[in-house]
Ligand binder design. Structure first.
Ligand code: SF4
Length: 239
């Protein structure tokens, strides 16, 4: 086996260890699906740079203010949308982004039903969703994974950080690169549980400022903890 083959095998072993260890630690999250892909899309746009409670409140207010009618949101004065989504923050950016996305969906589909996307190949659905204004690969992958149980792995800031520290990715890999790495290492049926459990782990243990390594079951597979790979003799490594 060549060097690249051995590296790939090591990485696969590490990825599997992380997946299985987090499953043991946090359990298997139940896949519940989503009610509606457009709802999921808008809720995810609202969730940027805020917590779940605030974005959830903004989403509920938006639905209530416009009676759940996306056409009413699309044609509403921007100020009314901003007011409704205020709890999510960044409403000056999020309101026009929501309207622009709804405009495109209406123009492309004649309404607000994205469920037919589930029948398309994942890469095609991803390309369509990321072509919508203000929709990046994380939001698109969330819709595909959470609504269609499709083979797209969304990478948020927690997953990015854990991937960099463990050495699943390089220290400077961006979220898109990390998405593609996990998709190449783990089978799609594991994406949902892995995504949820990595986020749990990032919130509770592998926290941004000070990782709680003393509590972490991923120690044996973690380059940061072991001072290995790109974290070898790093001045930022602390345990
Ligand atoms: S050992 Fe530390 S740095 Fe590594 S995954 Fe666990 S908490 Fe994060």
């Amino acid at each position: 086996m060549g060097q690249n083959g051995a590296e790939t095998e090591n990485l696969q072993r590490k990825a599997r260890f992380i997946y299985e260890t987090l499953l043991e630690h946090y359990g298997e999250p139940r896949f519940e699906g989503c009610d509606d892909p457009v709802d999921e899309l808008i809720a995810t746009i609202l969730s940027a740079n805020t917590n779940d409670a605030n974005s959830g409140r903004a989403f509920e207010q938006l639905k209530a203010r416009f009676n759940g009618d996306w056409d009413a949101v699309r044609t509403a004065p921007l100020d009314a949308i901003k007011e409704a989504i205020r709890p999510a923050g960044m409403y000056n950016q999020k309101a026009p982004a929501i309207v622009a996305a709804l405009e495109r969906i209406k123009a492309d589909w004649g309404g607000y039903d994205l469920r037919p996307l589930a029948q398309k190949p994942v890469e095609e659905a991803l390309a369509y969703l990321t072509s919508l204004p203000g929709v990046g690969h994380k939001t698109a992958s969330i819709v595909i994974l959470f609504c269609f149980n499709g083979a797209a792995f969304p990478v948020d800031t927690h997953i990015q950080r854990i991937s960099q520290r463990t050495g699943v990715s390089s220290r400077r890999a961006d979220a898109y690169k990390i998405k593609r790495i996990w998709e190449s290492l783990i089978e799609p049926s594991a994406f949902y549980a892995l995504h949820i459990n990595l986020i749990r782990h990032g919130r509770r243990v592998c926290q941004a400022l000070t990782p709680r390594c003393e509590l972490c079951p991923l120690q044996p597979a973690c380059d940061y903890y072991q001072g290995a790979g790109e974290w070898a003799s790093s001045p930022t490594t602390s345990k």
